[in-house]
Design a protein around this ligand. Structure first.
Ligand SMILES: C[S@@+](CC[C@H](N)C(=O)[O-])C[C@H]1O[C@@H](n2cnc3c(N)ncnc32)[C@H](O)[C@@H]1O
Ligand code: SF4
Length: 181
């Protein structure tokens, strides 16, 4: 079989604690479905193994949903892909701020994750109240940042979902962007 070329994989892990009112993504709030979901994903990976064998894996993105409420799922997926992963592969995992703990980050790192995407949305409490997200305190974010640095994960993305609602709250967007930087 000829080489297919570079391959980037996205896995949608749809599990969330609750559905945010603004979210348009496919989300599941019943954790009892995790086992059958994972079984299906692993079967599909097996089905596509010849594709993997004949391409160069360049990136893996574990998105959601909230992959940080399903670390065992992230681990199993990366374990199944391990024969195709070399140190150059960028492996991102989306994490909700309230889940960021040293234990979670080291677990993800151990599984191969080398880039985190943190869904902060905003550093402004009024903005977070509008979109009904828990407010991560500055201390919590600083602690998380320290944990991530200590564990040598140097690729970090902070997702700010403030653009479409910021106009209603004046300078909230600017403050949020400055904090994020
Ligand atoms: C689908 S979420 C998954 C990661 C994580 N659960 C979170 O909430 O950050 C990824 C990002 O999509 C963005 N998002 C959610 N709903 C959106 C919408 N309706 N339109 C545009 N972006 C949205 C948010 O900024 C969120 O951080
Ligand atoms: S936590 Fe993220 S994926 Fe889940 S409902 Fe909220 S925005 Fe959507």
């Amino acid at each position: 079989m000829p080489t297919i070329g570079d391959l980037s994989l996205y896995f949608h892990l749809p599990f969330c604690r609750k559905k945010c009112p603004y979210c348009d993504f496919y989300v599941v709030t019943d954790p009892s479905l995790k086992t059958s979901f994972l079984k299906g994903i692993l079967q599909e990976l097996f089905f596509y193994s010849s594709l993997l064998e004949n391409s160069r894996l360049v990136s893996i993105y574990l998105g959601g949903g909230t992959p940080s409420v399903f670390p065992e799922g992230c681990e199993k997926i990366l374990q199944a892909l391990s024969p195709f992963i070399d140190p150059s592969v960028e492996i991102t995992c989306e994490v909700n701020p309230e889940d960021l703990s040293e234990e979670l980050v080291s677990r993800l790192k151990q599984a191969g994750v080398n880039r985190l995407s943190i869904g902060v949305q905003s550093f402004q409490r009024p903005l977070l109240n509008v979109i009904k997200r828990p407010f991560p305190s500055v201390e919590a974010i600083e602690k998380a940042h320290k944990t991530i640095s200590n564990l040598s994960i140097d690729k970090l993305e902070i997702v700010l979902w403030a653009f479409s609602i910021a106009s209603t709250l004046g300078k909230g967007l600017l403050i949020t962007l400055r904090r994020g930087l």
